[in-house]
Design a protein. Sequence first.
Length: 303
Amino acid sequence: MNTKNSSFFREGFHLLWKNFPKISLYNLLLLLLCLVIFIIIALAGTIIIAKIDTMGDFTTGIITATLAGTILVLFFPVLITGYQHFFVKLARKEGVSFKTIFAGFRHFWPIWLTHYFTKIIIFAGTILFSLPVFIIQSALVKPHDIPRIIFHLQFLSEHFPHVHPIFFLPASIFYPLIAYVLISIFATYYWNSRLFFTGLSALDSKTGPVDAIYYCNNISRENKLKIFLNLFLPFTLISLLYILLFFITEKNPAFQITLLILNLFIFIPWFCSIMAAAYVRLSEQFDDKLDESFLGRFTIKNQ
C-alpha cells in the first residue's frame, strides 16, 4: 500500500463518518460503564474510610487519590489500547462489537509493559535532545549567581505582581529556557511520531514490548513527518483551541459540558480514526517486506 499518496486525516474522517452511529453508541455505553465502576469504587472507599474513625480529611484524600491513581496506572493503558484497536478493526472492515474495546485485557501485561517502556524511551530521548541546552545554561549560570537571581525575582515580583516571573529572568537563563522548551516540544513530537503505535502493535500482533517497539519504529521510519502533519499537528491546534475556549467560558458550565461532549463523541473518536487509518496503511506497507527471521516470531495480522 503506497502511503505517499494517501491522507490519514481524510481517511480517518471518512472512517468516523461512516461508523458514527455505532461509535457514538459504544462511547455512550463505555461512558456509562466507567461511571458505574467509579460509583462502585467511590462507595467501597467511603465504606472502608467510614469504618476507620481515626483518619482525618488529609489521610482520606491520600487514600482516595492513591486508589484512583492505581486504577489509572494499571488499567487505563490497556483500555485505551483496546479502544484504539476497535478503530483499527473498523478500518480493516472487520466485525466489531462492544467487547472489542476490551480486547486489550486478554494481552494485559505485554500491552502494559509496552506502554510504560515506550514512555521511558520517549522521556529519555527528549532529555537527550535537551541535554546540550542544559549544559550551555549550566556553563552560563554560576552557583553563586543563583541566590542573587532568586532575590532579583522576588523583588521584581513584589513590585510588578501582574507580570509573569518568567519575563524577569536574566538573559543567560531566559533564552536557554526558551530554547529548552522548543527543543523539548520538537523531541516529544519526534519520538511520539516514531513510537506512537507501540501499544497497538503489541495487541494487534500479540507480541511483547521489544518486538512491538521494533515493529512500530520500522513502520514509521520514513513517515514521521506525515504522521505529525496528519495526526499530531491538527489535534494540537484543536486542543489549544479547546483549552482557550475552556478558560474563556470558565463561568459558563453549560458550554463546558458541551465541550466535554464534543471531546467524548467527536474529538477523541476522530483522533482514534485517523490513528487507525495511519496504522493500517503503514503496517500493510511494512508487512509486505518483513524479513523471514522476524516473521518467524511475529503473528501476522492478516492470518
